[in-house]
Design a protein around this ligand. Sequence first.
Ligand SMILES: NC(=O)c1ccc[n+]([C@@H]2O[C@H](COP(=O)([O-])OP(=O)(O)OC[C@H]3O[C@@H](n4cnc5c(N)ncnc54)[C@H](OP(=O)(O)O)[C@@H]3O)[C@@H](O)[C@H]2O)c1
Length: 305
Amino acid sequence: MNASQNTPPPGPGPLSAPGTTGPGVFALGGTVTVPRLGFGAMQLPGRWSGPAGDTEKAVAVTRRAVELGVRYIDTAAFYFSPTHRANDLLREALFPYAQDVVIATKVGPLRDETGEMYAEARPDQLRAEVERNLEDLRVDTLDLVHLRVGRLGAGIADSLGERFEVLAALREEGLIRQLGVSNVTSGQLAEARSIAPVVAVQNRFGVRDQTDAALVDICADAGIAYMPFFALGGGHTALDSEEMRTVAARHGATEHQVALAWGLARSPSIVQIPGTASLAHLEQNMAAGQLDLDEEDMDLLGRRG
Ligand SMILES: NC(=O)c1ccc[n+]([C@@H]2O[C@H](COP(=O)([O-])OP(=O)(O)OC[C@H]3O[C@@H](n4cnc5c(N)ncnc54)[C@H](OP(=O)(O)O)[C@@H]3O)[C@@H](O)[C@H]2O)c1
């Protein structure tokens, strides 16, 4: 946590410079450097209906992620199942946090104890949401907070100005170090940037769902990290295709590894946050940093933009 200027440790793959394939690194806001293979904590608490969370396993996966070189972890207070909360699991696994581990959270949607996402927080409700994350994670300052707006992947074009101003003020107050936005349109990103510096965008994007390609390029041009959610399909978009199978076979890799490597090759500002509660999948995902996709692979897989 408390990261300022830092140097990431070597991960399992070649830590090549941004702009090349391989995991590489990205400097958030130009100052906080993280490897481009991060980790998403949403799967850790288990499912609302489906396999329950497992504290021991979730803690082991989180610690192993950091051992393997992850320095960027995405979470939210609204990631919880009937039995487990992502923030509690991260705290149990990593507290006291290493200086160079960035834990990024999100505020915006309100979720009740039945699991229902029932509304977007009003501006006057956001401070309490930020304070809840501070409390959960047991820190005085949150490394990075995204304002998540709209419905999943729908990119509602409403103004986010009033809500983002609240987060900008909390940053001025010292409760937040850096700001991001999530599930936004390019217009909403521009609006947020007119209020305070935005270091990261977290939107839906992946090899099999490139709808947001233009925003990926806007972020790269502006030096903003683009953190795609559902880079592995998130259980909503199938990864499987003839092209994916061909590239995977060519590299002796899995389609999930190809999906992650594709994102790293697609844009130098993509920071991957694949979600998993499985040690075996985590190891595979981190090894994706060793995959060097060439132009032929990228042409085959498609690269809208
Ligand atoms: N801002 C937003 O609105 C938003 C929305 C959704 C998610 N997120 C963030 O984005 C992160 C990623 O999203 P996500 O976890 O929903 O989707 P994802 O990373 O696309 O996919 C996760 C799914 O893939 C499986 N998986 C992971 N690695 C695998 C592998 N190597 N082989 C086979 N299956 C694998 C996981 O199951 P196992 O657990 O079995 O591995 C899980 O079912 C989340 O953790 C969260 O931090 C943000």
